[in-house]
Design a binder for this molecule. Structure first.
Ligand code: SF4
Ligand code: SF4
Length: 181
């Protein structure tokens, strides 16, 4: 017979640690959201801009990415629980008029102003990255790098100096965009 050793204090500490990771994630999200609000490209140049035939489209939100890419990990679960406490469960938005299979998408874009999944927060398409370069002289936005860093922050694989460097990089990019406003 194998005896499982239960350490409730250790488990509690670990859970607190995952909550701290989510808090750190939300802090970075705040910086990135500030950057995106200054950039303001997705809504004005894509989501709310009809296509050549006048048709509405959902930009890159053509799948429920929050569901597809979120990992089976405690900090992702905490992020999801906090998101759903603020914005409701995805299925509660099932009847909203929209043109995307993602439940959080509306005709005015994503309803998640915070607590997005890493892929939803970090992704920028080629056109928007080009606009960052040409309009703001910002050449350092690497969407895969940002998305992976956000994921690793949540899983605890990005911490200490690496996390400080990532936060600083986000602050620097935000400053670059805001200095052009
Ligand atoms: S990242 Fe690109 S495709 Fe996605 S909403 Fe923004 S402009 Fe549109
Ligand atoms: S959660 Fe928001 S950003 Fe992510 S796919 Fe859905 S609408 Fe797009």
């Amino acid at each position: 017979m194998v005896l499982e050793i239960v350490n409730p204090l250790g488990e509690k500490r670990q859970r607190m640690n995952w909550h701290e990771k989510v808090d750190q994630y939300l802090e970075i999200e705040k910086i990135l959201n500030h950057l995106f609000s200054g950039f303001n490209y997705c809504l004005t140049q894509c989501i709310q801009k009809p296509g050549d035939e006048g048709e509405l489209h959902c930009g890159c939100c053509n799948r429920p990415y929050h569901e597809i890419y979120d990992q089976d990990h405690p900090s992702f679960e905490i992020l999801r629980a906090r998101r759903e406490a603020l914005y409701g469960k995805p299925e509660s938005h099932a009847n909203i008029k929209r043109i995307s299979p993602c439940e959080y998408h509306t005709l005015k874009g994503c309803i998640l102003k915070t607590h997005k999944s890493p892929v939803c927060l970090g992704f920028l398409c080629k056109e928007s990255i080009q606009a960052l370069r040409s309009d703001y002289g910002l050449w350092t936005y690497d969407y895969l790098g940002v998305t992976h860093a956000l994921e690793w922050l949540l899983t605890g694989d990005l911490s200490g100096k690496a996390l400080d460097d990532f936060r600083q990089m986000c602050l620097d990019m935000d400053r670059t965009v805001m200095s052009e406003e």
